[in-house]
Design a protein around this ligand. Structure first.
Ligand SMILES: [Zn+2]
Length: 615
């Protein structure tokens, strides 16, 4: 039997990997939660995104660079090329599991346009053409030149693996070789203000086995934090783009959140391939800082709009949260690399939590509108958009949805299949087929059946949330299971609603709780709680919940509970003496309805909040 091998992160030969990938084609999802979203991704999102690439003139930028269109100007951000590259990566991954001639035709047309724009010396970036040709490689700090190349490398590797075609891979190799002549061992020290190429170069190495690309990735990581700066150009905000200290000394997550997390993912890729203990130790410190002091309860990353950046420890405002969708995608990518390296369930736990609560809110249930910023509390004015002037997030979600099977399971050198994420379907390895049956995340029962003819060994993640924690602080881990042919086993993870409180140093959350059920974070939306202003609502301290369905969110488990709301609301004071008993608001009991946070803002606009006070 020959299995197809479209890998997303190909650790099959990685020196320091505990886990090896299972190809996209061999994890066939059939569940009723993710697979309908993936189907929408294929049939709606990816087509509508290509239309947006035309409307935003991203495609015309390539036609201008190739000379196929003349008399037009470059349109959009200087990193607009990366929109097409992420879309190509998404479509390629999608074709690996679901062939689609129409989508493939659009894909190949897009590749033809970009290949035609490549210059004779391998250079490719449509912003730096004609009058801007003289500016190439002069402003690594701001202008994202290497970043765009990185997204091309990822797209090319995915396209090559999914289709077997080499045209785009050759384009990528020529560009990577061009960059290597500038910034490789024979060139000057240089790194991009927006990390991304580091992880992409490692994957290009994995696809081609050309060590040049691995060395270049390592050089770009080690170039940061040096004097004079390798991230040279027109800016000087070093912390913003993680150039203020060498990576090995970076013991916190700081600066621009997406850059930080892509850089960490790149460093994780290097440590999968090479022994680099200082890079490895820095990762552990960054992960600890992120999960213990700088991460939202959703898994979201980035507390500040200013600089799209991480805040200080415990600086996690709900209403002004930035929590860019791309940062959540980057966190998933980073944690997957750490998981493949270590086999430590805490990374799979965080991937699960981030997928459901920080990535998924970024796309509408219709599959055509997106959040860039993901507040945890809002007055109802924040709504998903069809596209953005800076369109990084939409294709980032699309590629993650297309690559979702790669996060479900992997395999170790003893041929044990590790189950990381619970999504119904079947997993095929050389040992045979395992079926997974579950109605996760709504129910916690997960059954595995060995459909093969040989004994199969599994390791099944026990989610951290089953032990009343959703990151590392209580032991979760993997349960070993051996299944003879035809044999089945079943786990029942209790999806009882729980309340989460925040560390007391998160000052804005004092006295508040967030409700979670299984892997899902819940929120209160005005549309389900229309009697008053939801800021007047309190949860009752007994915290008893019943499960309900709500109008407009079919198939979603909502939670109903008893609470209170202010009946009369003194309005003529902002502050009052706490000893003054003369004017207290009166309360009445109030039924409260909560829905999963990922589903918010899909119905009538109105207030939403995750954190709620308890009476
Ligand atoms: Zn983004």
């Amino acid at each position: 039997m020959t299995l197809k091998e479209t890998y997303v992160i190909d650790t099959t030969q990685s020196k320091n990997a505990t886990l090896r990938p299972i190809a996209l084609e061999n994890i066939r999802l059939t569940d009723t939660f993710w697979e309908p979203r993936r189907a929408k991704n294929r049939t709606v999102t990816l087509h509508s995104q290509y239309d947006k690439l035309e409307e935003s003139k991203c495609m015309d930028n390539f036609r201008r660079a190739s000379g196929r269109k003349t008399g037009i100007d470059f349109v959009g951000w200087y990193f607009a090329d990366s929109d097409l590259y992420k879309w190509i990566e998404a479509v390629s991954a999608s074709l690996a599991t679901h062939p689609d001639p129409d989508l493939e035709a659009r894909l190949e047309a897009g590749i033809d346009e970009l290949a035609a724009a490549q210059q004779p010396d391998g250079y490719l970036n449509t912003y730096f053409m004609f009058e801007r040709e003289k500016d190439r490689w002069t402003d690594l700090h701001v202008l994202h030149e290497i970043y765009c190349a990185g997204h091309l490398f990822q797209a090319a590797v995915m396209h090559y693996r999914a289709t077997g075609k080499t045209q785009l891979l050759t384009v990528a190799e020529r560009l990577a070789d061009h960059i290597n002549t500038r910034f490789g061992p024979e060139g000057k020290r240089g790194a991009c203000g927006h990390p991304e190429a580091e992880l992409a170069l490692v994957e290009l190495f994995r696809a081609t086995r050309n060590e040049t690309y691995l060395t270049l990735a390592e050089r770009m990581i080690e170039a940061r934090g040096q004097e004079p700066t390798a991230v040279y150009g027109s800016g000087n905000n070093k912390r913003y783009l993680q150039d203020h200290v060498p990576y090995k000394d970076l013991k916190e997550v700081t600066g621009h959140a997406v850059r930080m997390l892509y850089l960490a993912a790149g460093a994780a890729d290097v440590t999968l391939e090479k022994d680099a203990p200082e890079l490895r130790q820095a990762q552990d410190a960054q992960w600890e800082n992120f999960t213990e002091r700088r991460m939202y309860v959703t898994g979201g990353a980035g507390a500040r709009h200013e600089g799209e950046s991480f805040g200080a420890d415990y600086e996690l405002p709900s209403d002004r949260a930035y929590a860019e969708t791309c940062a959540a995608v980057a966190s998933v990518m980073w944690n997957q690399r750490l998981l493949l390296q270590t086999g430590d369930a805490k990374y799979a736990d965080l991937i699960e939590h981030t997928l459901y609560n920080a990535v998924l809110p970024g796309i509408s249930l219709s599959g055509t509108e997106y959040f860039y910023v993901n507040p945890l509390e809002n007055d109802g004015t924040h709504r998903r958009q069809a596209w953005f002037g800076c369109a990084c997030c939409p294709p980032n979600i699309a590629r993650l949805l297309a690559q979702l099977p790669s996060y479900v399971a992997s395999i170790d050198d003893e041929k044990t299949v590790w189950i990381h994420q619970f999504i119904a379907g079947e997993i095929e390895t050389e040992q045979g087929v395992i079926t997974v049956e579950t109605n996760y995340p709504w129910e916690g029962a997960v059954a595995f059946t060995n459909k093969g003819t040989t004994t199969m060994h599994l390791k099944v993640r026990v989610p951290a949330w089953t032990q009343h924690a959703w990151v590392d602080h209580t032991p979760s881990g993997y349960n070993a299971v051996t299944l003879e042919p035809g044999e089945a086993t079943r786990f029942d993870f209790p999806v009882t609603p729980l309340c989460i409180s925040a560390h007391p140093y998160v000052s804005s959350l004092a006295g508040s709780v967030a409700v979670v059920r299984g892997p899902l974070v819940y929120c209160m939306e005005a549309v389900d709680n229309a009697e008053g202003d939801i800021r007047d609502y309190f949860l009752a301290s007994d915290l008893l919940f019943t499960e309900e369905s709500v109008r407009g969110l079919e198939g979603v488990v909502a939670l109903k509970t008893k609470g209170f709301r202010y009946l009369t609301h003194p309005s003529h004071w902002l502050y009052q003496n706490t000893l003054h008993n003369g004017e207290r608001p009166s309360l009445e009991t109030q039924a409260l309805t909560l829905v999963p946070y990922f589903a918010w803002a899909n119905r009538e606009a109105g207030r939403m909040q995750i954190w709620m006070r308890v009476s």
